[in-house]
Unconditional design. Structure first.
Length: 70
């Protein structure tokens, strides 16, 4: 019940708070998620490591930044 309830209530609440800008907010958030996914795809092609965010950031920016990213 919880996943279905979250999907059915979320859109109504956003439209209530933002009005007609609700769909635009979803489009902008979707674009941001696509950019993040593209970054993860590029990093996973460059580094064959199973550490996700810590491994990717640690390999590119250093272990301290990797720890801060987790």
């Amino acid at each position: 019940m919880a996943p279905t309830l979250a999907m059915s209530v979320t859109g109504v609440q956003v439209v209530h708070l933002l009005g007609r800008a609700g769909p635009l907010a979803y489009l902008l958030a979707g674009a941001a998620v696509l950019l993040i996914g593209f970054g993860f795809a590029r990093l996973s092609a460059a580094f064959s490591h199973a550490g996700s965010v810590y491994a990717f950031v640690g390999k590119t920016l250093g272990p301290g930044a990797g720890l801060a990213a987790t």
